[in-house]
Design a binder for this molecule. Structure first.
Ligand code: FES
Length: 138
């Protein structure tokens, strides 16, 4: 089987899909090559990610990794969300086929973009916390 049970399960029944009204941070990223787009919404209270939702126009692997990524950081401090890597998300899903690894980068980048927006809205320089956003590679 190309995809693990967990990937298929999150693809069929993705968690935290939708948008958050009056979100504290919104980030959108896209992959130039496949054209897939992902939008991430954050509700942040006292430095904790109270709620997170995503919408994606993307492939199955992008949906599954976003679903898992939102589950991993919901209810966690911002610091934990900043440290989340696409590798951890892929591991939590019991792996992804090599050719689909780039899809997991979209989820990581969408979270960082939303946090970057959050810091900007707080009047802070996001690059201090997040660093330069790396390019989404295909
Ligand atoms: Fe574009 Fe998966 S093929 S994100």
């Amino acid at each position: 089987m190309l995809y693990s049970d967990k990937v298929l399960e999150h693809f069929t029944n993705p968690r935290n899909v939708g948008e958050i009204e009056n979100a504290d941070g919104v980030g959108e990223v896209g992959n130039a090559k496949c054209g897939d787009i992902m939008k991430m919404y954050l509700k942040i209270d006292n430095g904790v990610i109270e709620d997170i939702k995503f919408k994606t126009f993307g492939c199955g692997a992008a949906i599954a990794t976003s679903s898992m990524a939102t589950e991993l950081i919901k209810g966690k401090p911002i610091e934990d969300a900043l440290k989340l890597t696409n590798k951890e998300v892929v591991e939590a899903l019991d792996g992804l086929p090599e050719v689909k690894l780039h899809c997991s980068v979209l989820a990581e980048q969408a979270i960082k973009a939303a946090l970057s927006d959050y810091y900007t809205r707080q009047g802070l320089d996001p690059s201090i916390f997040i660093g330069e956003l790396k390019e989404v590679e295909h």
